[in-house]
Design a protein around this ligand. Structure first.
Ligand SMILES: CC(C)(COP(=O)(O)OP(=O)(O)OC[C@H]1O[C@@H](n2cnc3c(N)ncnc32)[C@H](O)[C@@H]1O)[C@@H](O)C(=O)NCCC(=O)NCCS
Ligand SMILES: Nc1ncnc2c1ncn2[C@@H]1O[C@H](COP(=O)(O)OP(=O)(O)OP(=O)(O)O)[C@@H](O)[C@H]1O
Length: 201
């Protein structure tokens, strides 16, 4: 169990994974809620059967895995379906995430969670680190990365807390606007030293 848990959050496409990978390269253990969300719907799980019951086999890829792109289009364009999926998955995600966090043993560890503030997961962390970029950058980077469309991405952004409220909940902020990775690496390194010191006190 680590001495200190840092909650790393940010809106869709803000750069949570990019920033988290820089901490991981420095030897920091991390639990990624997006990865946990994938783990709880692998073939053979009860949750995947519930999803198939609701949307039929059409929601699966030929491999039997969840067609995530298809479910993304459904839930982020229909609030009731999004609520149904959140109610199904969030308790399972929370349980596995807490188990994985207890197994971390670097001096401090990261909980990477896009909905850290929205889902009141801040109670499980000691400090909140927000990865921040302007909304237009979130949109352009996500569109470039995913085979999605602008309407869906804007819907996802709308279903998350506003940038202003997220920043107001932050103990620390990483500005991820620069496209020069060395700049981001330097911010991460400064924070790593601060967190290592906090964890040793
Ligand atoms: C709908 C799904 C299958 C789409 O999968 P896809 O691979 O396209 O996206 P991925 O899971 O990588 O999520 C991408 C980003 O979308 C945003 N996002 C995902 N789920 C949600 C949600 N329920 N509410 C708001 N934003 C969300 C986050 O910023 C996340 O980082 C997937 O997002 C999902 O299962 N969501 C429900 C579980 C959840 O809330 N996951 C977030 C971590 S707690
Ligand atoms: N500083 C940066 N400069 C240029 N591109 C970046 C930068 N940071 C991240 N990206 C790119 O932007 C996209 C989104 O970044 P990333 O996947 O790290 O965000 P995320 O917050 O984890 O996203 P999601 O919420 O969707 O899981 C990726 O394609 C990534 O390579």
């Amino acid at each position: 169990m680590s001495n200190l848990i840092i909650g790393l959050t940010g809106g869709i496409g803000s750069g949570k994974t990019t920033v988290a990978n820089l901490f991981i390269a420095l030897g920091v253990d991390a639990v990624d809620a997006d990865q946990v969300a994938r783990d709880v719907v692998i073939p053979g799980t009860l949750s995947l059967s519930r999803i198939v019951e609701r949307y039929s086999d059409d929601i699966l890829l030929a491999t039997g895995e969840l067609n995530r792109a298809k479910l993304r289009e459904i839930v982020f364009n229909n609030d009731a379906e999004k609520q149904w999926l959140n109610d199904l998955l969030h308790p399972l995600i929370r349980e596995k995430m807490l188990r994985d966090l207890a197994a971390c043993d670097s001096p401090y560890c990261l909980l990477i969670a896009p909905l850290l503030i929205e889902n009141d997961l801040t109670k499980y962390v000691d400090k909140t680190l927000v990865v921040d970029v302007p909304e237009e950058i979130q949109l352009t980077r996500t569109l470039k990365r995913d085979k999605s469309n602008e309407t869906t991405i804007r819907q996802i952004m709308k279903s998350q807390i506003t940038r202003k409220k997220r920043l107001a909940s932050a103990d620390y902020i990483i500005d991820n606007t620069s496209e020069n990775l060395a700049v981001i690496e330097e911010s991460v390194f400064q924070l790593h030293q601060k967190f290592t010191e906090l964890a040793s006190n």
